[in-house]
Design a protein around this ligand. Structure first.
Ligand code: ATP
Ligand code: MG
Length: 239
């Protein structure tokens, strides 16, 4: 993303999250202020337990903060209304997780259709699957697809509703490097061609090379950010 002046898609202010487990309090987020610009690709790095998934889930309306605000295109998310969060998720957010959560009894095309049937302005399942390079696997069941192909079906499912935000939590965590690169290429293509603002959590520092910007988490805070002078193509990476 070359345009430094592009608008802010998402911003958080003084975000905290405390999980209370009986008498024990876990401070998962300790005051996070971060902006994501429209069309930006941001990678989140940091040790296990540092708060990455907690932040991603709050950004996507899957979880709510203990305090602080999230603004989507200048409007605060209404955290006390499950219905409002539900609409926000449905209309604006695509999620991709480490495990693909496909329905085994449905084909690739049918898994994607589950989303396109309830979306406002979806692309067709065929189009979504073609974007991720699976135009020739439409009628395969998950068990007939490799792990990387299953993850690309999950990505097609996430992007078929043309979300404004694509939130990916360790999308390559279960994949070997060759397959992981194909999945990253699909995510990057969506980011480029659809302009989808994308946040991607990984444990693999090499993957940060594909980002516009990298956020480093430690102990519930963003402790460092790095703007990449140039993005590297997934195919150039090795791990
Ligand atoms: N539902 C929950 N209930 C209680 N504690 C939680 C819950 N979810 C997360 N935590 C705690 O909050 C902290 C941050 O967790 P989070 O999942 O955000 O970390 P993470 O950076 O994504 O770690 P990982 O890299 O292992 O996925 C951890 O200490 C975790 O144990
Ligand atoms: Mg996590």
């Amino acid at each position: 993303m070359e345009d430094e002046a592009s608008a802010i898609a998402l911003e958080t202010r003084e975000l905290t999250k405390i999980y209370r487990m009986g008498a024990v309090e876990v401070h998962a987020l300790r005051g996070v202020d971060v902006d994501f610009r429209e069309g930006e690709l941001v990678v989140l790095l940091g040790p296990s337990g540092s708060g990455k998934s907690t932040l991603l889930n709050i950004l996507g309306g899957l979880d709510t903060p203990t305090s602080g605000t999230v603004m989507f295109r200048g409007q605060p998310l209404t955290m006390d209304s499950e219905r409002a969060l539900n609409l926000y998720r449905r209309n604006h957010v695509g999620f991709v997780f480490q495990f693909y959560n496909l329905i085994p009894s449905l084909t690739a095309r049918e898994n994607v259709s589950l989303v396109t049937e309830i979306a406002r302005n979806p692309m067709s399942p065929v189009e979504a699957l073609s974007i991720v390079g699976l135009g020739d696997r439409l009628d395969h069941f998950p068990a007939q697809l490799s792990g990387g192909e299953q993850q690309r079906v999950a990505i097609a499912r996430a992007i078929a509703k043309r979300p404004d935000l694509l939130l990916c939590d360790e999308p390559t965590g279960a994949l070997d490097s060759k397959t992981g690169i194909l999945v990253l290429e699909a995510i990057l293509k969506i980011n480029r061609e659809l302009g989808t603002t994308t946040a991607l959590i990984t444990h693999n520092a090499v993957i940060a090379e594909i980002a516009n910007r990298v956020l480093y988490f430690a102990d519930g805070r963003i402790v460092e950010t790095r703007q990449n002078a140039a993005q590297r193509a997934p195919g150039e990476l090795a791990w």
